[in-house]
Design a protein around this ligand. Structure first.
Ligand SMILES: Nc1ncnc2c1ncn2[C@@H]1O[C@H](COP(=O)(O)OP(=O)(O)O)[C@@H](O)[C@H]1O
Ligand SMILES: [Mg+2]
Length: 376
């Protein structure tokens, strides 16, 4: 067996929110700890971002998809090159890509499974433009091994939080919300709890022409419509047993438009209720799928949702009083760059051929080494 060494890795990630390409220069160590040296949020050029939203909404063609794979690769490389110009070349790049479609279902065509996922941002372009070896496409191998290809961050959560010997819900609130349950005695497991910021962002764009509810100010001015909230919480996704993952394909613009038919009139109330939906669906997911097995001490929030004080206030309200609510910052991990750091670790494992999926989280049949290597 070869000796592991610390590696300098630039990790690249853009989540379902499509708000920015998060790029982080990280050092991953043989004990699997990860330090963030510098992180940047690199905005997509305006027309590229609109084209991505057209892809999400099914308004773009196969030609657009083909072109965007290369264009997004160039944007990812540009983000990496900003860090490279300041810090020099890393040992390699680890890129998650931009999820365009995620289909974790067991549907079949001619008896052949249609389970699939698509992250774009062509690794050949990243490798060429940065002159760095690039590891990418982490989710496919998990699906090929019977899993859902998500959530993958659970692997990092286990490495980073297990040593604290507490019973944790590590809750990411990005476009979608996902939890990893890391406990003293049980095997780590995780699943998507439902929407994170995605429905809020959609309505902020629609009603306020803003990309998101900055600091939860709009939600804070509104009043939660309890009747609409209860109606939204009846969606079958919330009742499905884990492992389960979801995405933009389900909580889509059509989904929100349909939900809005029953919404209160006041726009502030709509944002307040959707913010409460994210918080309450998380709390209910714990009641249904976590508390029956594990006595949770602490919830640790990360992702963009950690920066929304109204969302955090609602989450506090819906969680049992004895459960502590913190953010990743309390553990020295950036809320903003947590997922980037996780993909640096996944890349590190690929580099050394260490299995980096958790079958309890993704539903895969076996532990496998996720990621593909593109030489520069
Ligand atoms: N200061 C803030 N106030 C309220 N919401 C915020 C703030 N900062 C980020 N967000 C929310 O977080 C989202 C981005 O979260 P992120 O973790 O990057 O998600 P993803 O992984 O899906 O890209 C934004 O679209 C926005 O809704
Ligand atoms: Mg993001």
């Amino acid at each position: 067996m070869i000796d592991l060494e610390s590696k300098k890795i630039i990790a690249l990630m853009s989540g379902t929110s499509c708000d920015s390409i998060d790029a982080g220069l990280c050092v991953v160590n043989p004990d699997m700890s990860c330090e963030l040296i510098q992180g940047i949020n690199y905005k997509y050029p305006e027309h590229i971002q609109s084209k991505l939203f057209q892809l999400f909404n099914g308004e773009a063609s196969i030609k657009d998809l083909c072109q965007m794979n290369f264009a997004v690769g160039k944007c990812f490389a540009d983000a990496a090159n900003i860090l490279i110009s300041e810090h020099g070349k890393p040992d390699f790049i680890s890129s998650h890509g931009q999820t365009i479609y995620h289909f974790p279902f067991n549907e079949k065509l001619d008896g052949i499974s249609l389970k699939s996922t698509l992250q774009i941002g062509e690794s050949s372009v990243i490798a060429r433009e940065t002159k760095c070896l690039t590891i990418s496409n982490f989710r496919e191998s998990d699906i090929a091994n019977g899993g859902e290809g998500a959530p993958l961050v659970c692997f990092a959560d286990e490495k980073w939080f297990k040593p604290y010997k507490k019973n944790f819900c590590i809750q990411n609130i990005g476009g979608i919300s996902n939890v990893t349950v890391v406990s003293r005695e049980n095997a780590t497991f995780g699943f998507d709890t439902g929407p994170g910021n995605m429905m809020i962002d959609y309505c902020m764009r629609k009603f306020f022409s803003q990309p998101f509810d900055k600091d939860g100010e709009v939600a804070n001015k509104g009043t939660i419509s309890e009747s609409w909230l209860e109606c939204l919480l009846q969606d079958e996704y919330y009742f499905k047993n884990p492992p389960k993952t979801t995405g933009r394909e389900y909580f889509s613009s059509d989904y929100v438009e349909n939900a809005l038919r029953f919404a209160p009139k006041d726009y502030n109330d709509i944002i307040a209720t959707l913010t409460a939906l994210t918080a309450k669906s998380i709390a209910q997911a714990y009641e249904r799928f976590v508390y029956p097995d594990i006595d949770i001490n602490e919830v640790v929030v990360g992702g963009g949702g950690a920066y929304n004080p109204t969302l955090m206030k609602y989450l506090r309200h819906y969680l049992p009083k004895h459960v502590d609510l913190k953010t990743h910052e309390a553990y020295g991990i950036s809320n903003n760059f947590k997922e980037v750091m996780a993909f640096a670790l996944l890349g590190y494992c690929n580099y050394y051929n260490i299995p980096n999926n958790l079958p309890e989280c993704t539903g895969a049949n076996s532990r496998v080494v996720l990621g593909k290597v593109t030489n520069c």
